[in-house]
Ligand binder design. Structure first.
Ligand SMILES: NC(=O)c1ccc[n+]([C@@H]2O[C@H](COP(=O)([O-])OP(=O)(O)OC[C@H]3O[C@@H](n4cnc5c(N)ncnc54)[C@H](OP(=O)(O)O)[C@@H]3O)[C@@H](O)[C@H]2O)c1
Length: 278
């Protein structure tokens, strides 16, 4: 069976397997191994379809259907993920965003975190949500945390500075402060985002997840850094609040971005992938 206890191990296994090879796997409660065809209980075909000798719930099947094709591309990717209402809001105007998406979608988000080597968020998300950015809903690897804090306005009261895991903070400020478990990297104000992207590329992560908020993702989309823009859309109407994106204004619809895309169902929500620069 695939459960929250072994989905992270399975995804990690697939992440580290060879590109496009057929995978015959022996899935046990807390371990996954390559197997001969005869002994395998899960077969992932070259075209990413799954065959299994045990029943997989529709929920975990959907997660695998979304993440296996991404992992099997086996190339560096920057994925921005937006959990939004059907009218495109990621939070209320007072910053509250808990929760737009269902608890099951949060499990999916933790799976996405578990395949990511690093996770990027802006300073407002830390201030409003005080997140840990870990994979605690499943048994998975935690990504390295990268925080963009332009004016270095964060302080040690937030959870990310008190759980013992490391953070990298990018800033343009020269303020002299110390943040627990953190390396502060100062960049020039001029062309800050371009320099930031250059510096993150130097860190050589394979999969990077950009989790928000709106300013952070919009700036990185405007700078063509995002390969997959993923919308997790909940069937709720909020009617006001923070928009998921604010991109450069365009004057004609023929300038709108019309990328390749796919749609996936996850319980009662829809996940739309836009393939921007891949
Ligand atoms: N539903 C979801 O999926 C989701 C996910 C994450 C967050 N959220 C919500 O989103 C809200 C926060 O979003 P937000 O748009 O206000 O803020 P944000 O993107 O979290 O943070 C913005 C701040 O980060 C710094 N920053 C980010 N990118 C930068 C860049 N390229 N160059 C310079 N500085 C940069 C700036 O700090 P300085 O101002 O100091 O320069 C900027 O003001 C919260 O309410 C949170 O709950 C929702």
């Amino acid at each position: 069976m695939i459960t929250s206890k072994n989905i992270g191990i399975l995804l990690d296994f697939i992440k580290n397997s060879k590109k496009n090879s057929d995978l015959y796997l022996l899935v046990k409660k807390n371990s996954i191994s390559l197997s001969s065809k005869r002994k395998s209980n899960l077969y992932i075909k070259n075209n990413n379809n799954l065959e299994s000798k045990f029943s997989i719930s529709k929920f975990y099947q959907s997660i695998l259907n979304i993440l296996i094709p991404i992992l099997r591309k086996n190339k560096k990717l920057v994925i921005a993920q937006i959990g939004q209402s059907i009218d495109g809001r990621i939070a209320l105007n007072n910053g509250n965003s808990h929760y737009i998406n269902s608890p099951k979608s949060i499990i999916y988000l933790h799976c996405l975190r578990s395949i990511s080597d690093a996770i990027i968020v802006g300073s407002n998300t830390i201030k409003k949500d005080d997140p840990l950015l870990t994979t605690r809903k499943i048994k998975g690897k935690n990504p390295k945390r990268i925080i963009i804090d332009g004016s270095l306005s964060l302080n040690n009261k937030y959870k990310i500075f008190n759980d013992g895991n490391e953070n990298i903070i990018f800033t343009k400020s020269n303020k002299k402060i110390r943040l627990h478990n953190s390396r502060i990297i100062r960049l020039k104000e001029k062309n800050f985002t371009k320099n930031l992207i250059k510096q993150i590329k130097k860190l050589k992560y394979k999969y990077i997840l950009v989790e928000g908020g709106s300013k952070t993702i919009s700036e990185l989309v405007n700078n063509k850094y995002i390969n997959i823009l993923q919308f997790m859309i909940a069937p709720i109407l909020i009617g006001s609040g923070i928009n998921s994106l604010n991109l450069k204004e365009i004057s004609n619809l023929n300038k709108a971005i019309r990328p390749k895309h796919n749609f996936n169902e996850l319980e009662n929500e829809i996940i739309v992938n836009l393939f921007l620069n891949s």
